[in-house]
Design a binder for this molecule. Structure first.
Ligand SMILES: Nc1ncnc2c1ncn2[C@@H]1O[C@H](COP(=O)(O)OP(=O)(O)OP(=O)(O)O)[C@@H](O)[C@H]1O
Ligand SMILES: [Mg+2]
Length: 291
């Protein structure tokens, strides 16, 4: 198991007398594999999502409890004993608006910065491989990153994280501010990294369409607590839970649900997350010709 959280809490401000301490995340137990997982983390604003993911790559150290990252124990007690760089190399965190972190003179230099900083060898070829993976063509390697479009900048920033070859990639609301095509391209890239490169992807989002279409496992946070951790369809089936934590159903599920109820189609499976699957399911149940 790659990441194991045991009774992890985090408070941004810890008063000297630990009374009335306000935790942003509290008492969390989680296990995350370092291969093939595609996890979304949802929950309304202020529920602790960004705090949690920053602890997953040891950018924030838990106030209480500990995180075992492939045998390295991260806790307040041995904060200074752990080589945090080693951890951050293996678990890449991409912030919201990662393009703000670009700063080098050329695209290629920027992508090389991360792995160089981690003391990785063969930096240029790893950077080029990462740029290829995110679909950035060679003819702009020597351009200034600031001359690129928003979507391209974000790809370059992601390549900068990929170049260190992390097993786990964490994205905090990566599609915010992108146009529909940029959003789709980015999500397909994450799908490719998951399916072909076997990376574990952890994605923080407010968007239930992304949860439905891309993730397998979903973690719901509410007020710093994990209130659900499991299969997405099981979550959507639990309408009480969905309502209680101010979540929503994906549009296709909502639409199929209405059709099922209005037409009394008892055997219609409403948990279809893209238009093609929804269409096939309707065709299966309603019959008719094949066009
Ligand atoms: N730098 C900070 N200093 C003090 N409190 C903070 C800080 N960052 C977050 N908090 C508080 O910690 C709690 C959790 O915040 P966090 O940013 O983790 O939530 P979130 O789920 O990511 O929210 P959002 O959906 O708005 O991004 C909130 O109560 C927030 O006000
Ligand atoms: Mg956040």
């Amino acid at each position: 198991m790659a990441i194991n959280l045991s009774k992890v809490s985090f408070a941004y401000y810890v008063p000297r007398k630990k009374k009335n301490i306000k935790y942003a995340v509290k008492d969390i137990n989680l296990s995350i594999g370092d291969k093939d997982e595609f996890i979304t983390i949802v929950g309304h604003t202020g529920s602790g999502k960004s705090t949690l993911v920053q602890m997953l790559n040891a950018l924030l150290i838990p106030t209480d409890g500990c995180i075992d990252i492939s045998g390295k124990i991260i806790s307040k007690k041995n904060e200074n004993k752990i080589k945090l760089k080693e951890v951050r190399k293996k678990i890449g965190l991409v912030f919201q608006f990662p393009e703000y972190q670009l700063f080098e003179e050329t695209v290629l230099q920027d992508v090389c910065f991360g792995p160089k900083n981690f003391g990785i060898t063969d930096v240029t070829s790893k950077a080029k491989k990462a740029l290829e993976l995110v679909g950035i063509k060679e003819d702009i390697y020597n351009e200034s990153p600031f001359s690129l479009s928003g979507g391209q900048m974000r790809r370059v920033a992601i390549a900068g994280i990929l170049a260190s070859e992390p097993n786990i990639l964490i994205f905090d609301e990566p599609t915010v501010g992108l146009d529909p095509l940029g959003k789709k391209e980015l999500l397909e890239l994450l799908r490719k990294l998951n399916k072909e490169e076997h990376k574990t992807i952890i994605l923080v989002t407010h968007d239930m369409e992304i949860v439905g279409e891309y993730s397998k496992r979903v973690i719901v946070l509410d007020n710093g607590d994990v209130v659900y951790d499991g299969d997405k369809t099981e979550l959507f089936k639990n309408e009480k839970l969905v309502k209680e934590h101010s979540l929503d159903l994906p549009n296709n599920v909502k639409m199929l649900k209405v059709i099922k109820e209005k037409l009394s189609l008892d055997n219609l499976d409403i948990y279809k997350y893209n238009t093609y699957d929804a269409y096939d399911e309707l065709k299966r149940v309603l019959g008719g010709n094949n066009e």
